[in-house]
Design a protein around this ligand. Structure first.
Ligand code: FA5
Length: 340
C-alpha cells in the first residue's frame, strides 16, 4: 500500500523538519512545504480521496494520524522558539532603548506648590465633589434660582439634577455647613485646588474645564488687609517675575461683600504674551454674612475672606504660555517643555 508508506514518510519528515528548525523562519518554511496549501499534505489528501473504497477504511486513520502528528510537531516547534526568544544571537553590547522619564503635569506641580504655600500659612487642604448639588454651588452662595449671576456660570447638568461644579466656592458652602453643625470647629483656614467646569466658548484664556484655587478663612476680626497679605504672599511665592504688578478692582460676587477682582501684568513680557497687559487672575472678597448664616455660622461673631483663582492662568503667567488650551490638549511636545 504505497500511500501508507507515503504517509509514514510524511510523518517522519515532519518530525525531523520541525524538531530541527533553528528559528522562526525555518519553522515557517517547513510548515509551507508540509502543511501549506500547496504542501505535501495536499497531494496525500488527493491520493487518499482517489483510493479504492476498501483501502480507505485502513488508510483513513493513518492519514489522520500523520496529519495530526505533523501539526503537533509544528506547534511544539513554535512553543520551543517562543520560550527561547527568536533564537538569534544576543548582542550584549547593544545599547538599551532610550528611557524617556515621565514628568508631572505643570498644573499638578503648580497645584502642589500652591498647597505648600498655604499649608506654610496654617491652611488645611480640602476638596469637595465635582458633581455638585445646585444648593452648594449656587443657592447657599446667595445665587438663588433665576439670579442673573447663574448666567455667568452656565454649566453641564446631570440627569439626576446635580451639576458639574462651576467653581470651587461650592466647597465653602460645604465647610460652612459642617462648621454650623459643629462637625468642624472654627476658626477655618482652608485651601482647595480642584477642577471646575463651565459651558464656555473656548479661547486663548478660557477653557470649559479648568482648575481653581479657592482659599477661605473664617475667624474673628478678619479684614481686607489679611486678604491682601495672603494673596501677596501667594503671588510673590509663585510667579517668580520681578516686575509683576497686582491691581484690585471692585467686583460683584453675590457671596462676598465687598468683592474684588485681582489682575496682574508683567510689562517686561513680550507684547504677544497675554499678561503683558492686565490679565484677570482671581476674584475675592469678604465673605457675605448671609453665606455664613446659610451654613449656620453666626456672622455677629465670625467673619472672613475668600478668593478663587484660575490655576491655568497662574501657570500661563509663570511659564509664559499664551494659550490655555496647551494644558488639556494632551500634546506632549508642548507639555514636555515645562518638565523639570
Ligand atoms: C469665581 O469662580 C468665584 N467663585 C471666585 C471667587 C471666590 C470670588 C471667592 C470671590 C470669593 P470667576 O468666574 O471670576 O469667579 O472665576 C475665578 C477665576 O477663575 C478667574 O479670575 C479666572 O482666573 C479663572 N477662570 C474663570 N473662567 C475661566 C475659564 N473659562 N477658563 C480658565 N480660567 C477661568
Amino acid at each position: 500500500m504505497p500511500l501508507a508508506d507515503d504517509l509514514a514518510a510524511f510523518q517522519g519528515d515532519a518530525a525531523t523538519a520541525f524538531a530541527g528548525a533553528a528559528d522562526v523562519a525555518a519553522v515557517e518554511t517547513a510548515r509551507i512545504a508540509l502543511l501549506g496549501r500547496q504542501g505535501r499534505i495536499v497531494a496525500l489528501q488527493e491520493a487518499f480521496r482517489a483510493a479504492p473504497p476498501e483501502e480507505k477504511r485502513n488508510l483513513g486513520p493513518l492519514f489522520n494520524a500523520a496529519k495530526q502528528a505533523a501539526e503537533t510537531a509544528w506547534k511544539d516547534a513554535q512553543a520551543r522558539l517562543a520560550d527561547q526568544g527568536d533564537g538569534g544571537p544576543l548582542d550584549i553590547t547593544q545599547p538599551a532603548p532610550a528611557h524617556r522619564p515621565g514628568s508631572i503635569h505643570p498644573l499638578s506641580r503648580l497645584g502642589r506648590e500652591v498647597e505648600r504655600v498655604f499649608t506654610s500659612m496654617g491652611f488645611s487642604v480640602v476638596d469637595g465633589p465635582h458633581a455638585e448639588h445646585d444648593d452648594y454651588n449656587f443657592t447657599r452662595l446667595n445665587i438663588p434660582q433665576d439670579h442673573p449671576a447663574r448666567d455667568a456660570q452656565d454649566t453641564f447638568w446631570l440627569t439626576d439634577g446635580r451639576c458639574l461644579r462651576t467653581h470651587t466656592s461650592s466647597v465653602q458652602s460645604r465647610f460652612y455647613e459642617l462648621a454650623g453643625q459643629g462637625r468642624l470647629t472654627l476658626p477655618l483656614r482652608s485651601v482647595v485646588v480642584g477642577r471646575v467646569f463651565r459651558y464656555e466658548a473656548v479661547d486663548a484664556t478660557h477653557d470649559n474645564t479648568f482648575t481653581q484655587v479657592e482659599g477661605f478663612v473664617v475667624d474673628r476680626g478678619i479684614t481686607v488687609s489679611h486678604l491682601v497679605g495672603t494673596l501677596t504672599t501667594l503671588l510673590k511665592g509663585l510667579i517668580g517675575r520681578d516686575d509683576v504688578e497686582v491691581r484690585l478692582r471692585p467686583a460683584y460676587y453675590p457671596f462676598v461683600e465687598p468683592g474684588f477682582d485681582v489682575d496682574i501684568r508683567s510689562p517686561s513680557a513680550p507684547p504677544e504674551v497675554r499678561y503683558h497687559d492686565w490679565m484677570e487672575l482671581l476674584g475675592c472678597g469678604m465673605i457675605h454674612p448671609q453665606v455664613l448664616r446659610n451654613g449656620g455660622i453666626d456672622p455677629a461673631e465670625w467673619n472672613g475672606f475668600a478668593f478663587g483663582l484660575g490655576l491655568e492662568r497662574l501657570a500661563m503667567v509663570r511659564h509664559g504660555i499664551s494659550d490655555i488650551r496647551v494644558f488639556h490638549g494632551g500634546d506632549l511636545r508642548s507639555l514636555r517643555q515645562f518638565a523639570y
